[in-house]
Design a protein around this ligand. Structure first.
Ligand code: FES
Length: 116
């Protein structure tokens, strides 16, 4: 069964999916720090699409959730590095490495992250 078919049948996706928040707690254009079974994750609602990154900047490991969402970029509050909010790709110095991203599934008004 393809991922699209699985979603259509409302079966839970394969992986270690953890409910981390209600969709209503993730407003468009905002970041939200959550705990996903012991993993610090920052959710970013990019124009209605919820994305998830490890909540640790690849520059000096401060929480990305202290920063802000600027369009599709997470901007670190500490030294200004930018990352793609959905892929974690580095977009500017001083960071030189990407940040890990996690799959997200929104079901029945809840946000799930696969931290496997
Ligand atoms: S800790 Fe994020 S840019 Fe330095």
């Amino acid at each position: 069964m393809s991922p699209t078919e699985r979603r259509a049948h409302r079966e839970p996706p394969v992986g270690k999916w953890v409910r981390v928040a209600g969709l209503a707690d993730c407003p468009v254009g905002q970041l939200k720090a959550v705990d996903a079974d012991g993993t610090a994750v920052v959710l970013a609602n990019v124009e209605g699409t919820v994305c998830a990154l490890l909540d640790r900047c690849s520059h000096e490991e401060f929480p990305l959730s202290d920063g802000e969402l600027d369009g599709g970029h997470v901007v670190c509050a500490y030294h200004g590095a930018r990352f793609d909010a959905c892929t974690g790709a580095r977009k500017s110095l001083p960071a030189v490495l990407p940040v890990r991203s996690f799959p997200v599934d929104v079901r029945d008004g809840d946000v799930y992250v696969d931290v496997e």
